[in-house]
Design a protein around this ligand. Structure first.
Ligand SMILES: Nc1nc2c(c(=O)[nH]1)N[C@H]1C(S)=C(S)[C@@H](COP(=O)(O)OP(=O)(O)OC[C@H]3O[C@@H](n4cnc5c(=O)[nH]c(N)nc54)[C@H](O)[C@@H]3O)O[C@H]1N2
Ligand SMILES: Nc1nc2c(c(=O)[nH]1)N[C@H]1C(S)=C(S)[C@@H](COP(=O)(O)OP(=O)(O)OC[C@H]3O[C@@H](n4cnc5c(=O)[nH]c(N)nc54)[C@H](O)[C@@H]3O)O[C@H]1N2
Ligand SMILES: [Mo]
Length: 767
């Protein structure tokens, strides 16, 4: 049977009411909401100890975002959305075999992701046999033998795919990639392919390190912070505290976004009485309401203005830095200055939707500032030209020497709480030769050298019927990836799909011929071995590695740690040579191997035991050394691409509401944007709406347009007139992933273009 997308219109569950967007973030409502979510899901006995342990030095790392903690911890070192993440994970509700006996998979496939997530924590291994209507309990031994048999029967290890989401600890990630590579494949797609891959690609090429170069201290010391393509009020709420602190010290902040996000307007710090009582800090000094995909044009214009000012003798470039540390400046400058002034500005105004005068004001703020940090997230990484855009930002920073000195640098703000660490541990379909050499030397084997599938290529291989085993370490593959109907069909062609998970989701009910759910312990859970507490480590968005200790008693004895699951399985498939898998259940052993393989981790076990952990080396940041192909920081020429919007169409971005964590829906409100009780909304500029005949409150189908001519339709969205930039619309994922074409990806990084989908609107086909 072929099911349709389950997050289909449901007028009862999904009937949004709309109020005005808010102009401030956090404050008392944030605190009340945290308490409500925890109370509802965990109860006081689990909720209170969990809250007191989040992000504390002896507690666990918040499973929400990757924003770092400062050296001095607040007693409540978490935010509203961290509380929701904990409530979701530490729920007191257990999902048992009895649940699966009651609900056939076909029935579960009709449920929304929101409903699935509310059914409780997965507590025992479940198996869906070929042709069976229900998942049935299977027990760990049989479950792992089943996977082992399928893996051993493959004609080639490349018929297996090992996906990773970004919550996996360093220890589990290291064991997982080791398992895949000893088996013989680099097929390790991960959520990063959908996320910051464009940042990694652009930064590695230009600076030599694919990570951010700033610390919290740098944000405080910056004279100017540009926040582009990011909504920290919802997705990195603790970043607002850092911005507030900077602001109070005199830093200016420019926000670049098609949407006037409340979090970047006024922040009411919930950790202080003044914030609770409603006096907040205005964060943004200048708001540039840019068109979707206009950032390359904006930063090119700023760079051109800087070059022109310097040519006039204003000395705005850091000539010494450019001469000593960079490569390609002449070519870059020449290309940027080539276009005649009038054409350049006409194109720039069209691409950005910003007036020249505003861009010149930004340029003036730039030249008035000594130290500059640029922060960004998905608004910059999920476009066709994301890599050129981020390279242009690097150009922008290099011009004034804003890399490798205090108060300045690049700040790609990472998503999942350990997505950066997973990559450091080797979760990557295109590992470096050095990494593979070190791995092979440590364990005495020859790792596969051929590059594996990234996420989009894994879906293509599944669609071709070339994947026999799909194994996921966390995540929700079919809902998080683009082109839902295409992807679901591809998933159904796999022989065996295996999910190591904490909560039920769509990927457990759209399966291969046979499917397994393996329930894992989560961050907040205690994880003892022979009576001794074990703990794991994570790396935050600023390259700091620290310990995470689970504190809550697990809901059931049926769950296992991710490391235990991998090592038990690996032993069954590969035996105990060359890797002694059974010894790796002692996480100190894993860390000793990491220390030997991964640069920057020497003496890992000792250093990570110090409170707060340690910061990984970062050559550009620490010593202005750029390990690129040229040995210098590279200026790049990035062209002039901007998305074209055909007449009668809009460009749609697919983003997060305040009540979701990626595909996990916590609730149906998006408080800051004034939306309550529903998610099937599309935000449209009132002028565009008038032109397109989209009446506020009416319902519309959204149809995306792409070269392959295939119809992609998301039905029955409520039109909301909203102050977004002209020509642009916004709607939530995962519901809108049906609209994102699999083949519409970013140059170089191959990340789906989730923030620029050309759409038209048609009268709703559903009542
Ligand atoms: N509570 C919560 N926290 C999360 C997550 C979550 O779902 N919920 N997800 C986590 C993950 S994995 C990630 S990657 C991060 C995501 O964090 P964000 O990147 O903040 O997430 P999005 O909701 O995708 O928001 C994108 C923002 O960029 C803007 N934008 C879109 N396109 C453009 C553009 O072309 N130019 C510019 N300048 N701006 C643009 C949008 O208007 C929006 O404000 O958050 C992490 N933290
Ligand atoms: N259209 C559109 N699509 C997008 C995006 C977008 O902006 N627009 N954003 C993309 C981005 S940035 C990302 S990062 C991806 C996210 O893609 P994924 O990481 O694949 O998706 P999540 O929704 O974060 O995964 C949630 C599931 O992870 C499991 N889980 C949670 N915690 C744990 C744990 O500790 N251990 C284990 N084993 N499992 C756990 C639970 O079962 C839960 O249901 O989505 C991408 N998809
Ligand atoms: Mo992400």
């Amino acid at each position: 049977m072929r099911q349709q997308n389950p997050d289909k219109p449901d007028p009862v569950q999904d009937s949004p009411t709309i109020g005005p967007p808010q102009s401030s973030a956090a404050g008392l409502p944030a605190v009340l909401n945290s308490v409500r979510h925890l109370g509802e899901h965990t109860g006081v006995r689990r909720g209170l100890p969990a809250m007191l342990a989040i992000n504390q030095k002896r507690g666990f790392d918040c499973p929400g975002c990757a924003w770092p903690e400062g050296d001095k911890r607040h007693r409540a070192e978490f935010c509203e959305n961290g509380a929701k993440a904990i409530a979701e994970e530490a729920t007191a509700k257990a999902l048992t075999a009895e649940f699966f006996a009651r609900h056939p998979v076909a029935d579960l496939a009709e449920r929304s992701g929101y409903w699935l997530g509310r059914q409780g924590r997965l507590t025992e291994p479940m198996y869906l046999a070929e042709g069976a209507a229900h998942y049935e309990p299977i027990g760990w031994d049989r479950a792992l033998n089943l996977v082992a048999e399928d893996l051993k029967a493959l004609d080639s290890p490349d018929e297996a795919v090992f996906y990773t989401s970004g919550r996996t600890s360093n220890e589990a990630a290291f064991c997982y990639q080791l398992f895949a590579r000893v088996l013989g494949t680099n097929n390790m797609p991960d959520c990063s392919n959908l996320c910051h891959e464009s940042s990694g690609a652009a930064l590695t090429e230009t600076l030599g390190v694919g990570k951010g170069s700033v610390s919290l201290e740098d944000l405080r010391k910056a004279d100017l912070i540009i926040v582009a393509g990011q909504n920290p009020g919802t997705n990195h709420p603790r970043m607002l505290t850092a911005l507030e602190r900077a602001k109070k010290g005199g830093t200016r902040i420019i926000t670049v976004n098609p949407l006037p996000e409340a979090g970047m307007r006024e922040f009411r710090n919930p950790q202080r009485a003044s914030g609770l009582l409603g006096r907040g800090t205005e964060l943004t000094d200048l708001f540039a309401q840019i068109r979707l995909g206009g950032d390359l044009a904006l930063f090119s214009a700023l760079n051109r203005l800087l070059l022109q000012a310097d040519a006039r003798g204003e000395k705005v470039l850091d000539q010494e830095f450019i001469a000593t540390h960079t490569h390609g400046f002449e070519e870059f400058a020449q290309a940027l200055l080539a276009e005649p002034e009038e054409e350049f500005w006409a194109r720039t105004e069209r691409a950005t939707g910003l007036e020249r005068a505003l861009i010149e004001r930004i340029a003036a703020m730039v030249t008035e500032s000594q130290n500059i940090v640029v922060c960004w997230a998905m608004g910059l990484t999920q476009h066709k030209h994301s890599v050129p855009t981020i390279r242009e930002i690097v150009d922008f920073l290099l011009l004034r020497g804003n890399v490798g000195r205090p108060g300045a640098g690049v700040c790609p703000v990472r998503g999942h709480s350990n997505v950066q660490g997973d990559r450091t541990m080797g979760i990557f379909e295109r590992p470096s030769e050095e990494f593979l050499d070190a791995l092979g030397a440590e364990f005495g084997f020859a790792p596969p050298r051929e590059h594996g599938y990234d996420t989009v290529n894994a879906i293509r291989a599944m669609a071709r019927g070339e994947v026999k085993v799909f194994f996921a370490m966390g995540g929700n593959f079919v809902a998080a990836t683009p082109d839902t109907l295409v992807t679901e069909e591809a998933m159904r062609r796999v022989g065996l799909t295996v999910h190591v998970s904490t909560k039920l989701n769509r990927s457990h009910v759209v399966t291969g011929t046979r499917a397994l759910i393996l329930p894992a312990l989560a961050r907040s859970d205690r994880d003892p071995l022979h009576g001794r507490a074990r703990w794991v480590t994570v790396e935050d968005s600023m390259g700091k590695v620290h310990a995470s200790h689970g504190v809550l008693p697990p809901l059931s004895q049926g769950m296992r740690s991710e490391v235990d699951i991998i090592c038990d399985l690996a032993g069954r498939v590969l035996g105990q040579t060359p890797v002694a898998w059974s010894e790796l259940t002692d996480y100190d052993r894993v860390r000793d191997h990491v220390a030997a393989v991964v640069p920057g981790f020497s003496d890992f076990n000792a250093r990570v035991r110090k409170p707060g952990g340690f910061t990984l080396p970062h050559a550009p940041r620490d010593e202005r050394r750029f390990p690129t192909a040229t040995g210098l920081a590279n200026f790049t020429v990035n062209g002039t691409y901007a998305p074209e919007i055909p007449p009668g169409r809009l460009l749609l971005q697919t983003l997060r509401s305040h009540d979701q964590y990626n595909t996990t829906v916590y609730g149906l409100d998006d408080r800051y944007r004034g939306i309550t009780g529903g998610r099937r909304v599309v935000l449209v500029n009132p002028e565009d709406a008038r032109e397109l005949g989209l009446v506020d409150g009416s319902h519309t189908d959204i149809v995306s347009e792409w070269a392959d001519g295939r119809e992609r339709r998301a039905t029955r969205f409520r039109v909301v007139h909203y102050p977004t930039a002209r020509g642009c619309a916004a709607s939530y994922f995962p519901e809108t992933n049906v609209l994102v074409p699999l083949d519409s990806t970013a140059e170089v990084s191959n990340t789906p273009t989730s923030k620029s989908v050309v759409v038209r609107f048609e009268p709703s086909t559903e009542p």
